[in-house]
Design a protein around this ligand. Structure first.
Ligand SMILES: N[C@@H](CCC(=O)N[C@@H](CS)C(=O)NCC(=O)O)C(=O)O
Length: 196
């Protein structure tokens, strides 16, 4: 979203296995011990993707957020929460070192059993009124959903039952901001060999 909105930012890479960053112990900065975290000026450190995305939306003029307390605003909040709780945290990759699931074909299938019905709901909504989650308007929830479709690509989960999600993924990849971000991010840790 920072890149989409043309906002200035500085990236720091976190080693999630060692819990270190360029300034040393990452847990001292963020006791939650996970990414992402966003520091805006001298405000308290922000965590939680769903909140970070919305706060970034407040930083731009004009803001991409629907006006507060409208039906669209709450719909967007529902999507952010759905992605965070039903997709993101169920979509844990057994392939990544440090995740609590052993890295076996069975656990990969288990993850899919949990995630697939949740994706099926997203697929239905996109089919009804895509290309984006809220319809024709790109919103702060879309980059979060793209993280999930990007994981599907990287981890070889099938798009066979999800033509609309596949189209969403392709639409997002056409956005110049998304292309710049993927290039900056580089090779994902989720594809590194698990050490345990
Ligand atoms: N509740 C957090 C979860 C963030 C999260 O799960 N981050 C993962 C990467 S996708 C992580 O840093 N995991 C490292 C760890 O748990 O040790 C959010 O919504 O932002």
């Amino acid at each position: 979203m920072l890149e989409e909105l043309g906002l200035p930012y500085h990236l720091e890479k976190v080693d999630l296995d060692e819990k270190t960053w360029s300034q040393g112990n990452y847990n001292q900065l963020n006791p939650k011990s996970y990414v992402p975290a966003l520091q805006i000026d001298d405000r308290p450190l922000l965590t939680e993707c769903a909140v970070i995305l919305e706060v970034i939306g407040t930083l731009a003029t004009p803001s991409p957020l629907p006006p507060y307390n409208t039906a669209e605003y709450w719909e967007q909040r529902v999507w952010l929460n759905y992605i965070a709780t039903e997709l993101h945290k169920n979509f844990i990759s057994p392939a990544r070192y440090g995740n609590w699931l052993p890295n076996t074909p069975e656990t990969k299938a288990q993850v899919w059993t949990r995630v697939k019905p949740r994706l099926a709901y997203v697929e239905k909504v996109l089919a009804d009124r895509g290309p984006y989650l809220l319809g024709w308007e790109f919103s702060v929830a879309d980059p979060y959903l793209f993280v999930m479709t990007n994981w599907m690509q990287r981890l070889n989960y099938s798009f066979d039952d999800f033509p609309w999600l596949k189209a969403f993924d392709a639409t997002m990849r056409e956005r110049p901001a998304v292309q710049r971000v993927l290039q900056q991010e580089g090779r994902p840790h989720s594809l590194e060999a698990k050490k345990d």
